[in-house]
Design a protein around this ligand. Structure first.
Ligand code: ADP
Ligand code: F6P
Length: 319
């Protein structure tokens, strides 16, 4: 019986458990013995690997995070560390590996596949920043979390004539910011691909207040761009709104995955098992135009350069 393993790596994402569950259950049904590697590449190198049965993945579909736990192991870039990981797999007779994670984790999977392990990568990250796939597992839930938080902030915002500056995650990808700005009906969105001029923001807020008589304002800002507290203070000083800032942080990454992420995770893991059955390697699973397909991992590692201009223009037309 062929043995394969599954691990989660990098930042956890809601829906990873659905991918683990489907890998294990579909894997067993298709005749594999399936192993779980705990704590990502760190656990792989240390040999923290256990056989998983059908009921080991019961009742995890609705849980956020990852039951296999995750980690970051910078030294996994080194050949000798990768060799240790391969030794742990070979010692157990495991020749296939499903890696669920973001682009960093994909690089580890690529290295292992080049060293003879059949590796298939599944996109698990809230950032939706992997080239070749329209969606990554976790993105939908994170978006839902942002919208839920902003809905609540809007209540206080309207009651107290406030402008909330809301920092969202995304790690230099602007998907979470642009999509949430459209879905929340925010007044302004700032990402590293949009123009950003503080004086212009102050002017726009004055127009919101004086011309449109808006009781509240919401500004969505991608992380790693500006100091949201400083901007909120300036808004208090120079406009009629009192400015407040909030960094949503890891709240965005937690919680029960929404149906879209559960279904995406299940479909992608099933495809990963199909590829392992055919002894394919060095591939990653993508959702393209509503179809599950696979591509070379190298292709997925090219920086995602999605044309967001039209989405941003839509935001501007709606704001
Ligand atoms: P994500 O997978 O969410 O993008 P990271 O970028 O932190 O998260 O990467 C997760 C892990 O993938 C790293 O801690 C490291 O173990 C492994 N990794 C990242 N880059 C490489 C690389 N160039 N070669 C091999 N492994 C890598
Ligand atoms: O990649 C997912 C992500 O949540 C990014 O959006 C964010 O920049 C980063 O991980 C945060 O990482 P950490 O959990 O290590 O603070």
């Amino acid at each position: 019986m062929r043995k394969i393993a599954v691990l989660t790596s990098g930042g956890d994402a809601p829906g990873m458990n659905g991918a683990i569950r489907a890998t294990v259950r579909v894997g067993i049904k298709r005749g594999f013995e399936v192993y779980g590697v705990y704590e990502g590449y760190k656990g792989l190198v240390a040999g923290n690997i256990k056989k998983l049965g059908y009921s080991d993945v019961s009742e995890i579909l609705s849980k956020g995070g990852t039951i296999l736990e995750s980690s970051r192991l910078p030294s996994f870039k080194e050949d000798k560390v990768q060799e240790q990981a391969i030794h742990q797999l070979k010692q157990r007779g495991i020749d296939g590996l499903v890696v669920i994670g973001g682009d960093g984790s994909y690089k580890g999977a690529l290295a292992l596949s080049q060293k003879g392990i059949d590796c298939i990568a599944i996109p698990g990250t809230i950032d939706n920043d992997i080239n070749g796939t329209d969606e990554t597992i976790g993105f939908h839930t994170a978006l839902y979390n942002i919208i839920d938080a902003v809905n609540k902030l809007r209540d206080t915002s309207s009651s107290h004539h406030r402008c909330f500056v809301v920092e969202v995650m995304g790690n230099h990808a602007d998907n979470l910011a642009i999509y949430s700005a459209i879905a929340c009906g925010s007044e302004i969105v700032i990402t590293d691909k949009t123009e950003y001029d503080e004086n212009k923001i102050i002017e726009e807020l004055k127009i919101c207040e004086e011309e449109y008589h808006k009781k509240h304002a919401i500004i969505i800002v991608s992380e790693k761009i500006l100091d949201v507290e400083k901007l909120a203070n300036r808004i208090s000083e120079e406009t009629g709104y009192s400015g407040r800032s909030i960094v949503l942080g890891h709240i965005q990454r937690g919680g029960s995955p929404v149906p879209e992420d559960r279904i995406l995770a299940s479909k992608m893991a099933e495809e990963a098992i199909c590829l392992l059955e055919k002894r394919k390697s060095g591939l990653c699973i993508c959702m393209k135009d509503n179809q599950i397909i696979s591509k070379n991992i190298e292709e997925a590692l090219i920086e995602k350069n999605e044309n967001q201009d039209r989405l941003y223009q839509l935001f501007l037309d709606l704001a």
